[in-house]
Design a protein around this ligand. Structure first.
Ligand code: PRT
Ligand code: ZN
Length: 285
């Protein structure tokens, strides 16, 4: 019987969401992350707690079978791994930034300039693609202070809120890569391990889908049921049940989170009452 070895970040921005993703897939783990490897208590899997930068190498070498990490690291490291799923958390972008007072008029600004970054490969590729020749200065942390201390003219770093750039007197001028957490795998898994991975991917998809939908229950006068059903798509079509009180029905359906407030406003205007909105844990279509 095979065991699927899953690499996750030991501690950092990805850790909590990676572990809750596994929990949502009903892959239970013993509490505490003091060990490097922890076997799941209810699924043929073992979790390896690693630095995110090491995950692609471990997956390529087959020490881990799959891994969860930022697309930015996968793209920078260029190991032979397969991206199986975009996971939607830890979203950020890899961007070029320059001091706020620079009148930036396009990527050619960087011609003959120095750029500090922890992402030399992605930065180089982007500059090359745009016909720009710049000197890359690789540093592993605190990239954003480089222009202020005279180390570089600009930087290429991860941005999420933009707060760090702002507090260092920098402005974002070009996005090189949009990133989020992804699930990667070794492209040469044995059939047994591939079957386990397929199981995990199916569960991940069910959880991710569920996050985008809400279950909605409401009461409506019978004469409005048709109108309301028309605006509530549901999985097949909404469920309509008679209420104990004559002339009223209960309607149950599934609504996309993006459409949610629009739908609620319409429902209220059609006389819906007692609207309940419930999160969905899994969605299997
Ligand atoms: O120890 P280990 O090597 O495992 O962790 P790490 O320190 O290398 O990584 P960590 O935990 O900081 O980040 C892990 C992953 O989270 C990254 O590879 C990205 O995929 C993702 N992520 C999402 C981010 C950010 N958002 C982010 N904002 N990683 C880093 N940042 C940093 C950025 O480098 C900059 O210093 O946050 C600052 C900018 O944030 P804002 O909000 O001020 O714009
Ligand atoms: Zn790292």
């Amino acid at each position: 019987m095979s065991t699927l070895k899953i690499a996750v970040q030991k501690s950092g921005r990805l850790s909590e969401d990676s572990l809750s993703l596994l929990k949502g897939c009903n892959i239970n783990l013993p509490k505490g992350k003091n060990k490097l490897i922890a076997p799941s208590t209810n699924f043929p899997a073992e979790v390896l707690y690693l630095r995110d930068d090491d995950i692609p190498q471990y997956v390529e070498d087959g020490i881990a079978d799959i891994g969860i990490l930022g697309l930015n690291v996968v793209k920078e490291k260029k190991h032979d791994v397969q991206i199986d799923k975009y996971l939607g958390f830890s979203r950020c972008r890899l961007s070029l930034a320059v001091p706020r007072n620079i009148e930036y008029q396009g990527i050619s600004f960087f011609d003959g300039k120095k750029i500090a970054t922890s992402y030399p490969k992605l930065t180089n590729e982007y500059l090359k693609k745009n016909g720009v020749q710049a000197e890359i200065h690789e540093i592993s942390g605190s990239v954003e202070i480089a222009p202020g201390i005279g180390l570089a003219d600009g930087i290429c770093d991860l941005v999420s809120t933009g707060g760090t750039l702002m507090s260092n007197g920098l402005k974002e001028v070009d996005v090189i890569l949009k990133s989020e957490a992804v699930l990667i795998s070794n492209p040469k898994l044995s059939p047994d391990k591939q079957a386990l991975l397929n199981k995990v991917l199916f569960r991940v998809e069910s959880s991710l889908k569920a996050n985008h939908y809400k279950y909605i229950l409401l009461n409506a006068p019978n004469e409005k049921v048709k109108t309301i059903v028309d605006i509530l798509p549901g999985m097949k079509s909404p469920t309509v049940l008679p209420l104990a009180e004559a002339g009223w029905s209960s309607i149950h359906s599934v609504v996309k989170e993006d459409d949610f407030w629009n739908v609620i406003d319409q429902l209220k205007s059609y006389g819906a009452q007692g609207i309940l909105v419930v999160p969905i844990e899994k969605m299997i279509l």
